[in-house]
Design a protein around this ligand. Structure first.
Ligand SMILES: Nc1ccn([C@@H]2O[C@H](COP(=O)(O)OP(=O)(O)OP(=O)(O)O)[C@@H](O)[C@H]2O)c(=O)n1
Ligand SMILES: C[C@](O)(CO)[C@H](O)COP(=O)(O)O
Length: 245
């Protein structure tokens, strides 16, 4: 087992929230009395395993983050950086902002405000023995592959073996040198832009396939606020959590 490195939580909040469709980025919408972003900052701030937090924010909204950080007294936030045009661009900007000194990086969707402290604990512990770690939960639905049908619609092409399927969540966690190397290879590949990755583990799997990505159990409650209904679901999940704690 390797000695513990500095652990940095990176909150990816550089998106615009087109699918939620509000005038402001969805991470600035209030749920259960705080912005979604502040809930996520607070989880990492309170985690004893986390030494530092870096926030990637939608261009034009970094002052809002400064206000949230000052108002909440979040002392671990060391940098607020403008995000890029895609999630992967925001990750790359975060990696550049971190420099080259080795550390452990936990890349988290800021729009997963219900992250449980247990998951951070298990991810940081797993990084003692693994260089790449993801958080995932089993699929309770049967998952199929849709293909174009004969009449213009879609038909089922394949039903996948559910026992092997997992739904990927965040944080996705890496030794800094590993995720940096994967991104350097991706950015040197002209094909990366045509087939962008939807998460950071996808970049490591594609460009550093020799690095195993260890899985830590996620949680059904660690939802990603993606569509308008998710705002109401998140509100209710916070209420349930409040009523049992
Ligand atoms: N350029 C981007 C795009 C996304 N993200 C972040 O990645 C996480 C997951 O992305 P998603 O849910 O797709 O957020 P948006 O891109 O904002 O949503 P949409 O696709 O509906 O616009 C979010 O916390 C989002 O802020 C980011 O940091 N930089
Ligand atoms: C990273 C992620 O949350 C894992 O499930 C997901 O891939 C992000 O997708 P999005 O389309 O950027 O929301």
């Amino acid at each position: 087992m390797e000695a513990a490195l500095r652990s940095v939580g990176v909150l990816l909040a550089g998106g615009v929230g087109q699918r939620v469709g509000h005038e402001i980025p969805k991470q600035l919408i209030e749920v259960a009395g705080r912005t979604i972003l502040e809930h996520s900052i607070a989880v990492f701030e309170r985690a004893p395993e986390i030494d530092e937090i870096v926030v990637l924010m939608t261009p034009g909204f970094t002052d809002r983050v400064k206000d949230i950080v000052a108002g909440g007294g979040y002392r671990k936030v060391s940098q607020i950086v403008e995000g890029g045009r895609s999630r992967t661009e925001s990750t790359w900007r975060a990696l550049r902002a971190l420099g080259t000194q080795e550390c452990d990086v936990l890349l988290h969707d800021a729009v997963r405000p219900l992250l449980e402290p247990r998951i951070i604990t298990e991810c940081v512990a797993a990084l003692r023995t693994h260089r790449a770690v993801n958080v995932a939960i089993p699929s309770s639905d049967t998952v199929l592959v849709a293909v174009p049908g004969p009449d213009g619609g879609e038909v089922i092409g394949e039903v996948l073996d559910r026992s092997r399927l997992r739904r990927s969540q965040t944080p996705q966690c890496f030794r800094l040198s590993v995720i940096r190397e994967a991104y350097e290879r991706a950015l040197a590949d002209p094909g990366f832009a045509d087939r962008p990755a939807t998460d950071d583990c996808g970049v490591v799997l594609r460009y550093l396939p020799e690095v195993p990505i260890h899985l830590v159990p996620g949680s059904e409650r660690n939802i990603k606020v993606t569509h308008p209904d998710d705002l109401r679901i998140a509100e209710q999940l916070f209420a349930i959590r409040g009523s049992i704690s």
